[in-house]
Design a protein around this ligand. Structure first.
Ligand code: ADP
Ligand code: NI
Length: 214
């Protein structure tokens, strides 16, 4: 049955994210899916459950609905329509609810599968792809790419995280550089270390070009 649900979830994600230019286009979902499958295999987690959860992970996100419960209800109705049994529906909800970053205030993951999918989503926020998403997001929200006097804020509330006042470079300090220490699985952690170095290298080069010294 997973094969059918996975195909249907792919169609849902295609439709749901078709007009997004804010960093959550459908390719984000597809990258999280392949990353989740790859980590799940290494970590000996339930691969199909992780794959399905990854495909659905942003569909119920609060930011695409009026309220958190509306998002949850939307996902639940879709799962019921697909005849997904209640035990699997509950597992999917549990994974998906613990994935989102929410300014660092997200839930601690409680199962291996939730850890895998959260790691996959977080990896997509760092490294080369994460840098590209960060600048796209800043452009979309008309934030500057860099403001030399802006100080990063730490321990943000979810509201502060969402207020879009940070420049793209400030966002590195408020989120991207913190991601590697929040990984759940050994595989995720290893991959995050590599991507973290790419962030650091990028910043070094950015600052040296900004100041006119290279
Ligand atoms: P998630 O779905 O993981 O909660 P977000 O909606 O917080 O992700 O962010 C989507 C993408 O936009 C991520 O790559 C994130 O790092 C980036 N982003 C979020 N806030 C900002 C910001 N203020 N400036 C630049 N990029 C941002
Ligand atoms: Ni995501």
């Amino acid at each position: 049955m997973y094969t059918v649900w996975i195909k249907k979830a792919e169609d849902l994600a295609q439709e749901f994210f078709k007009d997004d230019a804010s960093g959550h286009d459908v390719f984000h979902t597809m990258r999280v899916r392949s990353q989740a499958v790859s980590i799940a295999k290494e970590e000996k987690a339930d691969v199909k459950l992780c794959e399905l959860a990854a495909l659905l992970h942003d569909v119920s996100d609060e930011k695409f609905h009026f309220t958190q419960s509306a998002g949850k209800e939307y996902l639940n109705e879709w799962m019921v329509t697909q005849n997904i049994p209640s035990d699997i529906r509950n597992k999917l909800q549990q994974i998906i609810e613990s994935v989102s970053f929410k300014g660092g205030n997200g839930k601690q993951t409680e199962t291996l599968e939730a850890g895998v999918v959260q790691d996959a989503d977080r990896l997509d926020a760092i490294g080369a792809v994460g840098i590209a998403r960060c600048f796209m997001y800043a452009g979309f929200h008309r934030s500057p790419m860099h403001h030399p006097e802006q100080q990063p804020r730490y321990n943000l509330t979810e509201q502060e995280y969402r207020d879009n006042s940070a420049s793209a470079v400030t966002h590195f300090y408020e989120k991207l550089l913190t991601v590697k220490d929040m990984m759940n699985t050994p595989t995720g952690r290893r991959r995050a270390e590599k991507r973290h170095k790419r962030l650091e290298n990028f910043l070094d080069e950015f600052y040296s070009e900004w100041s006119g010294t290279s």
